[in-house]
Every structure is written in C-alpha cells, then in structure tokens.
Design a binder for this molecule. Structure first.
Ligand code: ZN
Length: 199
C-alpha cells in the first residue's frame, strides 16, 4: 500500500532510520507530520537543515558548538586543572546536567573497540595528549561509559596519561555496569563524579 505513495513511503523510510524507531512508529510520525500545517512541517525540515549547516566540533574539546570554541572552553570561570574525558557530546551534557563538575571536557567521539576495528587513532586520543602536554591539567576524570569498550578505554588512557604526572580518576559507584552515561539520572551521575576514584 505504502509503495503506491512514494513521498509518504520515503519519509517513513527516513524516519525508520532513527534509533529505536521501527516502521510502525515511523508511519505514525509521518501521519503526524502530514497533519501538521505547512509552516510547522517547514520548521522541522528547517531545524534539521540548520543543525547540519551550523553545528561543528569545538576546536579544543570536540563537543558540538556553533562557534570555534564551545561555551565551556571559552568560559574562563571553569577549573582548568580538571579535565573530564567522555565518549560523546551527549555524555558531556549528562554531566553538565548533574552540576557536579566545574572543570573542562574532552570528547573522544568513541571508545576503543578492537573487535570493531576502533583503535586509538580513530578517536580523539592524540588531541587529548596534545592538550595535556600543553595545559595545566592536574587530574583527568575518565567518564567513558561503563561498558566493555568504555572500561578498556579508561584503562588505556590511565596508562597513557599517568606518566605525564597527571592523576587519573574514574567515576565511582552508582553507575550500572553496561550503561551509557546519557541515560543515567542526574543524582547518580552527581554521586559518581563526587566519589571518583584513582585509576
Ligand atoms: Zn570546547
């Protein structure tokens, strides 16, 4: 049936690419968009276009931003002795939401995963080392996810960073094993940051 309405089928196919969205939900969303006014639908299309046109990565920490430096990197009030390493920009957002960290960040854009062929050169490890060598960081808080890949990345970073004379810590208890930071509630992230331990 859908195949006879190509424009509708096309939108459903695009929406079904979203994480957690199956064909059924995609169809419901497509009907929702169809019922919207022209200007509402145009606003959605415009927001997607804008996102792709304007967003880039911060030249220092590699989180998403619309300028050369993100708002955290350009904030002189942040503690430059503390650097929190996360896998993705959404992890940074989760920690910021918990109001438990006043330092700066570094986004790796991934985690080590030898099985998937992801090595140190595929994530922002070299960029991290350059920052550490140039900066005044005294403690690196490794906040990679509590998954096999995240743990392996944490241990790898600890071995790399400690010889620079920099303390390396890891978020503590409370974060369930196997979980992504972005889905953990604020209070738990807060406790984990407060109770971080040496790696
Ligand atoms: Zn930044």
């Amino acid at each position: 049936m859908l195949d006879s309405i190509p424009s509708f089928a096309r939108l459903v196919a695009e929406l079904a690419k979203f994480p957690g969205i199956g064909k059924k939900t995609a169809t419901r969303l497509a009907f929702f968009i169809l019922r919207q006014s022209d200007s509402e639908a145009e606003a959605l299309a415009g927001a997607i276009r804008d996102l792709k046109e304007k967003i880039r990565f911060c030249s220092s920490c590699f989180t998403i931003t619309e300028s050369e430096l993100c708002s955290i990197c350009s904030d002189t009030g942040r503690d430059e002795l503390l650097l929190c390493v996360v896998e993705q920009p959404q992890d940074l957002i989760a920690i910021e939401r918990s109001h438990s960290f006043a330092g700066r960040y570094h986004v790796l854009h991934g985690a080590l995963s030898p099985l998937d062929g992801v090595g140190p050169e595929d994530i922002k490890v070299a960029e991290l080392m350059t920052r550490l060598e140039k900066g005044r960081v005294e403690e690196v808080v490794v906040a990679t996810n509590f998954t096999v890949e995240g743990e392996a990345t944490a241990l790898y970073l600890a071995r790399l960073v400690r010889p620079l004379g920099i303390r390396v810590t890891r978020l503590a208890y409370g974060i369930p094993l196997g979980s992504d930071l972005e889905y953990v509630d604020e209070a738990t992230v807060n406790r984990a940051v407060e109770g971080r331990r040496d790696l």
